[in-house]
Design a protein around this ligand. Structure first.
Ligand code: NAD
Length: 349
């Protein structure tokens, strides 16, 4: 994909002015982020929405009081301070490069890139342009996950030894496996877990990865390379050992959890429950769950977008930087190589 960049321009946000934000990619997660910016972040305004599907841009923009606009036009607008890139994964790097070249601050959904070379190009472009580059690892902003990290920082569990991260996308799987890009389970799903595990093991570097995966949900799709179920083990240079596992079909709802066991205790975070309600009746014990990540993790999405606008205003480093996204990607790429070779592999630097 080619995106023509506007003239490079370093951008400093001016004090208390409203931050003008444009959305690039009016799909499922883009609609969620756009609504948060338009309705829930004081001092931020959604001014434009871009999508090659003109109808999608038009519908979302008119619902939220923004203008539908082509990407080139958005990047050329001097009043646009920042962009949220929520287009499909394989377009992210080109869009980050174009946005940075135009002097726009960038929030990009995960994965920031699908190769390490592209991750390096994105990081370098943002640094060169002097713009904030934040990546969408929203789990860090979920209150329970943030509290777990604080407990680890406060030495409440001692030295992390065993870590676990779980993602269960809600079932039944309705998407056509043929339309899901190859390796999505590692590059777009478990990449959240890889970031979470690194972040909950502060200062440690992932060293070696062994992955196992199968198509246990859409068995017929396996022949064409589709994988819907995976377990990945990761060893770190501080001795800690981690596992991440994912399924594309949790019939009880969206489910995201983490656990860190250390020399002095253990901390856990996350639940499939969307409320604290527990119903006891003749049928058993019941809780509220959701089929939507945007329900279960709403506070996390609001938190990451608020942190992004705060970083832009203050001119400070983002909480989730391009380098963090590169590390998570390096684990995902190692997991793919592990599946291809059937062995444990080193994480490429
Ligand atoms: N952080 C999270 O929890 C989370 C959740 C869901 C999706 N995501 C990520 O967000 C990204 C989008 O996922 P989605 O589920 O919203 O996908 P989607 O298919 O629903 O939406 C993508 C949209 O981008 C548009 N598009 C395609 N090429 C474009 C381009 N070059 N410029 C602008 N728009 C373009 C498409 O027309 C579509 O409307 C993926 O990288 C995905 O991994 C993150």
């Amino acid at each position: 994909m080619t995106v023509t960049a506007a003239r490079p321009r370093r951008r400093e946000h001016r004090g208390s002015d409203t931050l003008a934000i444009a959305l690039i990619g009016a799909g499922r997660i883009g609609a969620n982020h756009a609504a948060i910016v338009a309705r829930q972040i004081p001092g931020a305004a959604l001014v434009a929405v871009s999508d090659p599907v003109a109808d999608a841009a038009q519908r979302l923009a008119s619902r939220l009081g923004a203008e539908p606009s082509a990407v080139d036009e958005v990047l050329a607008r001097p009043d646009v301070d920042a962009v949220l890139i929520t287009a499909p994964a394989r377009s992210h790097t080109d869009l980050v490069l174009a946005a940075a070249a135009a002097g726009k601050h960038v929030f990009v959904e995960k994965p920031m890139a699908v190769t390490l070379a592209d991750a390096d190009r994105a990081i370098a472009a943002a640094a060169e342009a002097g713009v904030v580059l934040q990546v969408g690892f929203n789990r860090r902003f979920a209150p329970a996950f943030a509290a777990a990290r604080s407990a680890i920082d406060d030495q409440r569990i001692g030295t992390p030894q065993l870590l676990r991260s779980v993602t269960r996308d809600p079932g039944p799987l309705t998407a056509d496996p043929a339309r899901i890009p190859q390796w999505t389970i590692f590059l777009e799903t478990l990449i959240h877990d890889f970031d979470t595990l690194c972040w909950l093991n502060p200062g440690a570097t992932p060293v070696r990865v062994h992955a196992f995966a199968d198509a246990l949900v859409a068995r017929d799709a396996k022949a064409s390379g589709f994988l819907d179920t995976a377990v990945v083990t990761i060893s770190f240079d501080n001795g800690a050992i981690a596992t991440a596992d994912a399924s594309f079909s949790a019939l009880y709802g969206y489910d995201v959890r983490a656990e860190v066991f250390g020399s002095a205790g253990m901390v856990t975070a996350g639940t499939a429950r969307t409320t604290d309600m527990t119903l006891y009746d003749a049928g058993g014990i019941h809780a509220d769950t959701s089929r939507r990540d945007t329900d279960l993790l709403h506070a996390a999405y609001l938190g990451e977008l608020t942190a992004f606008t705060d970083a832009v205003r203050a001119g400070t480093a983002p909480v989730v930087a391009g380098e963090d996204a590169r590390t998570a990607l390096s684990i995902a790429l190692a997991a793919i190589r592990s599946i291809e070779t059937g062995t444990a592999v080193d994480v490429a630097r």
